[in-house]
Design a protein around this ligand. Structure first.
Ligand code: 5GP
Length: 186
């Protein structure tokens, strides 16, 4: 079982990459994060996120039940419950963590064996276009996400591997290949 951190700015397509991998392989699973933000239409509690109150989130932190956590986009709390690691171990699957830069840095410190992958957009303009076409955020939220994106893109060099999401399927296949190669130790 490997731990894979998939980072990259909001709108870069991490969610679609994860979806492709889950759909087309049988040895990966997604870590279900806890978050204090509200569900978007179509999001299911326990599947996309564990939607929790800030109080429950803080309890998880104080009981040391979080592998990492962060306040993302200056607003809501997001974190990876440690129980996700045991869930992956029990199922003997590679665990994909789709998390932000602050969380990625915490994972690298705590679990140096984690495979750290950064997904780049083809360009900043394309990222902005994708973020807007999602239609789920207000203009203010988009501006915050773009500003976070600039910070995240500047940190891409901290990762073991950088991929560019020019084509969803090709990028997802590259992630799978990197993990399988690391598993074989080649
Ligand atoms: P969204 O609200 O669009 O689902 O996610 C916003 C951001 O939160 C994304 O960039 C995502 O990578 C990050 N995120 C989601 N789950 C976690 C988590 O468990 N920990 C951290 N640190 N960031 C997360």
């Amino acid at each position: 079982m490997s731990l894979i951190v998939l980072a990259g700015p909001a709108g870069v397509g991490k969610g679609s990459i994860v979806k492709w991998i889950l759909h087309n392989t049988d040895d990966f699973m997604l870590s279900v994060s806890a978050t204090t933000r509200d569900p978007r239409p179509g999001e299911v509690d326990g599947v996309h996120y564990h939607f929790v109150t800030e109080e429950s989130f803080r309890t998880l932190i104080s009981q040391n039940q979080m592998l990492e956590w962060a306040q993302v986009h200056g607003r809501h709390l997001y974190g990876t419950p440690l129980s996700e690691l045991s869930r992956a171990e029990a199922q003997n699957k590679h665990l994909l963590l789709e998390i932000d830069l602050q969380g990625a840095r915490q994972v690298r410190k705590k679990m140096p064996q984690a495979l750290m992958i950064f997904i780049n957009p083809p360009s900043f303009e394309e990222l902005e276009r994708r973020l807007r076409s999602r239609g789920t955020e207000t203009e203010e939220q988009i501006q915050t996400r773009l500003s976070t994106a600039r910070t995240e893109l500047a940190a891409a060099g901290e990762f073991d591997y950088q991929l560019t999401n020019l084509d969803l399927e090709a990028c997802a296949r590259e992630v799978v290949e990197l993990v399988h190669r690391a598993e074989r130790g080649s």
